[in-house]
Design a protein around this ligand. Structure first.
Ligand code: SAH
Ligand code: SF4
Ligand code: F3S
Length: 444
């Protein structure tokens, strides 16, 4: 085996996992390819969160199988693996999706990938699966993480105990676990010394982090943020995704006195109706959510909020939906992800009798998105004329153009030569659309 191809579905945690999987493969001497036809090893890192996400895998596996057959005619073998949340949810069933699948690993067992490849190299006729919730932590068995560029991610927490009634995550990622403080710090130090200027701490429920320090004492996210915030050379710090009920005073204080902490917070609310929030088993009401927002705004008036919404949850009435629209008007989210409720096998809400027709879900999503997009566009347009610090991460589509992110995660383009790449630069915003800004470099 010489080359590998990975396709990643789902959330940032999967993106992080794919990056670590690539690390395992590169240690074995494999090289990345972006062309599936050239790959000796093809891996799909999958998501089970909504039906659409899970279904995408079918068509990809179909295509991968055709490639596998074509390569076989040229005398080349291809190993196809499925990893991630679909594997955890479907277990052995995952092999029914396609004959072409050689191995399947759940999201908590991908550190065993090396062993699996050894087994397959010995006997190519077998199918290997591992969906254990292992006692050991995968992080203890991975080699050091490499910086992905100036912006790097670190998984600090995984899994979830909240059991929202619509959600598969507690089943696919298991119960909540936090990595020890020292492990996270070691990874952070390494990434910063490799050139990362921005770190984003990841977890399905990142603000319920409770990792142990050296002395065995449990520490919260605020403690970890402060420790990482002290690292020399680091310029920006973020964390995602947070659960509203777990935002504590310590964390709010970080937003007041840590300049390095970016003024952007992804705080999913799902619905503005208390009745629906209860049916969803969310541990917060609309009023409690708004209170958290107020306290954060008091700590740092610059904070922009992002959120997630589900429309058409079982039993959602017109009034419930209106309450969601009202909440959007109150908070004025700077960006948001919104979804039609998708019943997931094994979750309680999928069994609720009062499911809504697709037509209603579709209409509500369109109405909600129109509102969300208008606020997003507004926010972007408010930045026109202002000078903002931008971290340039990539070359733009056109020559002489760079793209980067503002503190609020907005995409921004500017005419600039390569010397500004991987740097934080002052940019004066000249125009804005819903999805991006463009501007001119003022000075460094
Ligand atoms: N842990 C995060 C979210 C993880 S899933 C949190 O609770 O904030 C990402 C988003 O997918 C959720 O916020 C939710 O809006 C959406 N989602 C999860 N399950 C869904 C389902 N069954 N149907 C539609 N959207 C869903
Ligand atoms: Fe899913 Fe709820 Fe946990 Fe988020 S908090 S991962 S939506 S169960
Ligand atoms: Fe999807 Fe698993 Fe993330 S279900 S959203 S990849 S935790």
């Amino acid at each position: 085996m010489k080359t590998y191809f990975i396709k990643t579905f789902g959330c940032q945690m999967n993106v992080y996992d794919s990056h670590r999987i690539a690390g395992i493969l590169e240690q074995r001497g494999l090289q990345a390819t972006s062309r599936i036809e050239d790959a000796d090893l093809v891996i799909f890192n999958t998501c089970h969160i909504r039906e659409k996400a899970a279904e995408k895998l079918f068509s990809d596996l179909g295509r991968a199988n055709l490639v596998k057959q074509a390569r076989l005619l040229e005398g080349k073998n291809t190993i196809i693996g499925v990893v991630g949340c679909v594997v955890q949810a479907e277990d052995e069933q995952v092999f029914k999706r396609s004959d072409a699948v050689d191995f399947a690993l759940g999201p908590l067992t991908y550190h065993r990938l090396g062993q699996v490849l050894d087994e397959l190299e010995k006997d190519s006729g077998i199918q290997v699966i591992d969906t254990e919730f292992p006692a050991e932590s995968k992080f203890d068995f991975l080699s050091e993480n490499k910086a992905e560029g100036v912006c790097s991610y670190i998984a600090i927490q995984e899994g979830c105990n909240n059991f929202c009634t619509y959600c598969v995550v507690p089943y696919t990622r298991g119960i909540e676990t936090s990595r020890p403080v020292e492990d996270v710090l070691r990874e952070a130090r390494k990434l910063v010394s490799d050139g990362a200027l921005e770190l984003n701490l990841l977890g399905q429920n990142v603000n319920s982090y409770h990792g142990e320090d050296k002395a065995g004492k449990e520490r919260n996210l605020a403690y970890l943020l402060r420790k990482i915030g002290e690292l020399d050379g680091l310029k920006r710090l973020r964390y995602t995704t947070s659960y509203p009920a777990d935002v504590d005073d310590d964390l709010i204080k970080c937003h007041k006195d840590m300049k390095i902490l970016m003024p952007y917070l992804h705080l999913p609310v799902q619905s503005g109706s208390d009745k629906i929030l209860r049916a969803m088993n969310r541990r917060h009401t609309k009023a409690q959510y708004l209170d958290v927002i107020d306290r954060l705004r008091e700590a740092n008036p610059q904070i922009g909020f992002a959120s997630d919404f589900i429309v058409g949850f079982p039993g959602e009435s017109d009034d419930d939906f209106q309450a969601t629209l009202d909440l959007v008007d109150e908070v004025k989210f700077i960006t948001a992800f919104s979804f039609k409720y998708s019943p997931r096998p094994g979750t309680p809400a999928a069994e609720y009798p009062n499911q809504l027709p697709e037509k209603v879900k579709k209409e509500r999503l369109a109405i909600l998105q129109e509102k969300l997009f208008a606020y997003q566009t507004d926010f972007n347009q408010q930045t026109v004329g202002k000078t903002i610090e931008v971290l340039f991460e990539n070359k733009g589509r056109h020559a002489g153009q760079l793209t980067g992110r503002t503190p609020w995660m907005q995409n921004i383009y500017a005419e600039a030569n390569g010397e500004y790449l991987n740097k934080i630069v002052d940019v004066k915003v000249e125009s804005a659309t819903m999805n991006s800004l463009s501007g001119k470099i003022v000075r460094m």
